[in-house]
Design a protein around this ligand. Sequence first.
Ligand code: AMP
Length: 416
Amino acid sequence: MIQAPRGTFDILPEDAVRRDYLEAQVREILGAAGYRRIETPTFEATELFARGVGEATDIVQKEMYTFDDGGGRSLTLRPEGTAPVCRAYIEHGMHKLPQPVKLWYVSSFFRAEAPQRGRYRQFWQVGAEAMGSAAAETDAELIVLLADLLAALSVRDVRLRLSSLGNPETRSAYREELTSYLRAHEDRLSDEAQARIDLNPMRAFDATDPRTRETMRGAPKLLDRLDDDDAEHFAHVQALLDDAGISYELDPTLVRGLDYYTRTLFEFTSDALGAQSGVGGGGRYDRLMEQLDGPPTPACGWAAGVERMLLAASELPVRPELVDLFVARANGDRAGARTAFELAQDARRAGLAAQLELAGRSLKGQLKHADRIGARYVAIVEDAEHASLKDMESGDQRELEPTDVIPVILRGSRLS
Ligand code: AMP
């Protein structure tokens, strides 16, 4: 039997209803703040991610679905949305539009990760990006918008961690300082942390080994090494979040798996999730546009996982699917079949949710089915001139001409 590939899943109608609700919330919350929808292609030139996400990241090193398009060009199923949106910004000359350009998306992404609860190889993200603004208000507003979205979806036990990465220059000076510190304390680090000193010294902050953790308490922190402008920007972001009543923890060891971040960095987690507790996160990426050969453009954004938000959400108030009318057949009369078919179409044009019997059930079977799908009325068509209409709530039934079915339902008149 052929099954869905490992790490992928089907979105069944019950799930689709919850996703529609989520998307409606995204549209409302981000739309109200002036964000507009964008969708980019499912695959892009591999180079976009190599340059945009960073050659040294896990995503680019290990997790991309890359293939040859048959003409010798290397393409990759998108592992994330920011680099594609920047590519589109550059390609369409959006720097000529009033700034910032504020965009959102709900798209699927692909990463060859080991599947587990909340981690898939094809997954969906909601993303928001504001390009062309260096203002701290942009960072704070984006964080508030994601907090609002999580609240609207009643995502449980949410926590926000916040940090600043400064700029690439202070960051590389800090990296040297941290590397020297780790070298000087090498004998007090786990083998794993030792092995990573040159490759990724920041990882030592995530160590679980107690001695390494103890050693890292004394390590220099990037947040204490920000230059004046970056420190001022970060202080402003924090003040705005404080004013907005958003609580957060400062986490100077926060790292995310993408290379392009500068200044503000944040992540929302939910304690209602297991090991994969990250719900969404993002930050500022002031240098990314240039890295992709675009005009220097400060920008900020976030992405949140749809599956994780839904996993951590309480019951969502999804609307029940209504059926106003089920059109049943009393017999196999050919003219009656055409009348029934037409009645269902006319009912929909008149604004009713109407379903037609399509499975050749007996009349009894049709009434049972109509009851199961929660139909409010059932029209039982006999032939072109004769039908009866049954009110499924009261059980009342009356004979009428097929052409009277819709007016009677619309008037809501009693049947007996
Ligand atoms: P990232 O693009 O890595 O910053 O991820 C942003 C959010 O997307 C995470 O917080 C998760 O909610 C979600 N996410 C990332 N990778 C996966 C995955 N493999 N499966 C499901 N959700 C994911």
